[in-house]
Ligand binder design. Sequence first.
Ligand code: NAD
Length: 309
Amino acid sequence: MRDRVEQKIGVVGGGLMGHGIAYLLAAAGHRVAVFEPAADIRSSLAARLRAIADLLDDDPALLQRIAAHDALAPAVHGAAFVFEAAPEKLPLKQQIFAELEQLARPDAILASNSSAIPSTAIGRHLTHRQRVIGTHFWNPPHLVPLVEVVQNEKTSDDVVRRTMELLRDAGKTPVHIRRDVPGFVGNRLQHAMKREAIALVAAGVCDAETVDIVVREGFGARTAVLGPMEQSDLVGTNLTLDIAEVLYPDLDRTPGPHPFLRDIVKAGKLGMKTGEGLRQWTPQQAEAVRTRLSRFLAEQAKARRKQQS
Ligand SMILES: NC(=O)c1ccc[n+]([C@@H]2O[C@H](COP(=O)([O-])OP(=O)(O)OC[C@H]3O[C@@H](n4cnc5c(N)ncnc54)[C@H](O)[C@@H]3O)[C@@H](O)[C@H]2O)c1
């Protein structure tokens, strides 16, 4: 790994994603300034960052590199990069980016962590659109390695290169997505699978728990080390084609979200937070899932760091 150059980095929004992004960049040796307008969320930032340091067995002294601000200007002043992690509302993000254009260094890269809103739309009214880019981190951003670096029609190649470099040096796995398509790559793949999973349960082929077992104990058991393209080449593209010929005509093609999912949401079955969604959850079962996930990701993250050091 190359020697890292310490830079100032601004993070806009100190919620679920913002605090994790701030942590990972501070852990990479940068000075991070977080703008968080909500007083209660701002005051809980230190404890949430401390919990990450504990989870990853890091020296909490690194948290001294993170400052919280109640205004945007001091957080982004002099920053080389600004990562926006504010609520998923287009007018709000457009307003933030308009302010960033005024407040940030002229050469600062302005990155949005939006899950679904194209950065093309977020930066539409700016004068210097070549520095606007999508950086789609996955939750929790300090544990999941991937960041989709999404180039929009105006983003310069140099901005893509500098963003990839910063993230790679911070130990992430950035990938260059060449077009600003909805859902980028990861969410398109994830939701293509969910679409079929929901249709199978709706048709009574199996229950929701069985879907989870099939994925976790079946192809999911190898997915972390074998991507779908590698897997297709491993078994042979001819076999992949033979299966596609039989299967694709039978896969779900409901236009839009499946009525089964719409009905569940309409009935107020919103998942673990209401005790029922696609499956039923006691508070203890929900907590067990969260703990299992967090422990698994933390162990993976620690092992990866060991390999990288
Ligand atoms: N939660 C996920 O799994 C996930 C994954 C990838 C990307 N994202 C995206 O990241 C962004 C943030 O999501 P989150 O889950 O962290 O939401 P969140 O609600 O936890 O955090 C958003 C924070 O922004 C603050 N905020 C409100 N108005 C603001 C403003 N004008 N300027 C700056 N901050 C403001 C809020 O007080 C809040 O603390 C969204 O665009 C979301 O789509 C979320």
